[in-house]
Design a protein around this ligand. Structure first.
Ligand SMILES: CC(C)(COP(=O)(O)OP(=O)(O)OC[C@H]1O[C@@H](n2cnc3c(N)ncnc32)[C@H](O)[C@@H]1OP(=O)(O)O)[C@@H](O)C(=O)NCCC(=O)NCCS
Length: 171
């Protein structure tokens, strides 16, 4: 199994894998291509014998980063792939990125386990953030404070980033 960098030209197969991971909120190939073309956005895929197994997308700006999405093909879960992708994304951030943020639905035990075991801790909650067929569920906002010097095999070219982040409701 190998981890490869992904780029705007990979949108089509990324969209198919993303649909398998997020059937109710799939991003199409154009959305992937557009995100991957943005400054500060980096992605990686886990590939086995040319078969894509999983993906991760992270955006950084100044001293903060955000995991935008992560997914592992349904048939390949619980084998360490998610952990490997997340570790790769965090370790590849520039040295000056001190904090990594993400949002996760409270009804997603697999993702909560992955993030918790990787050192992310809750810092806030957004009520009713994710739509569901029968209503909505809250998002937990999690953060990881990085130790200095854990960087970084991705070039630092931070863009405008995610300014204007809402002030979270504290948990
Ligand atoms: C979340 C996801 C990426 C995890 O991928 P994965 O390859 O199965 O995760 P890993 O095998 O690396 O597991 C990481 C840790 O989480 C735990 N874990 C994973 N799935 C779990 C589950 N369903 N229930 C409990 N624990 C779970 C593992 O036991 C492991 O802990 P360990 O290191 O102590 O053994 C995967 O379930 C997925 O793609 N889900 C759909 C997309 C999604 O929800 N993405 C996250 C959006 S915020």
């Amino acid at each position: 199994m190998r981890i490869l960098a992904i780029g705007p030209g990979d949108g089509a197969w990324l969209a198919a894998l993303h649909r398998a991971c997020f059937p109710d909120d799939a991003w199409d190939a154009d959305a992937w291509a557009s995100l991957l073309a943005q400054p500060g956005v980096r992605g990686a895929a886990l590939v086995e014998a040319d078969e894509p197994i999983g993906f991760v997308l992270v955006r950084h700006a100044a001293d903060e980063a955000e995991i935008l999405t992560i997914g592992v093909a349904p048939g390949r879960r619980r084998a360490g792939c998610g952990r490997r992708l997340l570790d790769h994304a965090v370790a590849g951030l520039p040295a000056d990125v001190a904090t990594v943020h993400l949002e996760v639905a409270v009804d997603n035990p697999a993702a909560l386990a992955l993030y918790g075991r990787s050192g992310f801790a809750p810092v806030g909650r957004r009520r009713g953030y994710y739509r569901r067929r029968d209503g909505s569920v809250d998002a937990l906002m999690l953060s990881l404070v990085r130790a200095n010097g854990l960087s970084g095999n991705w070039k630092s070219d931070a863009g405008p980033g995610n300014h204007g982040r809402e002030t979270p409701e504290r948990v």
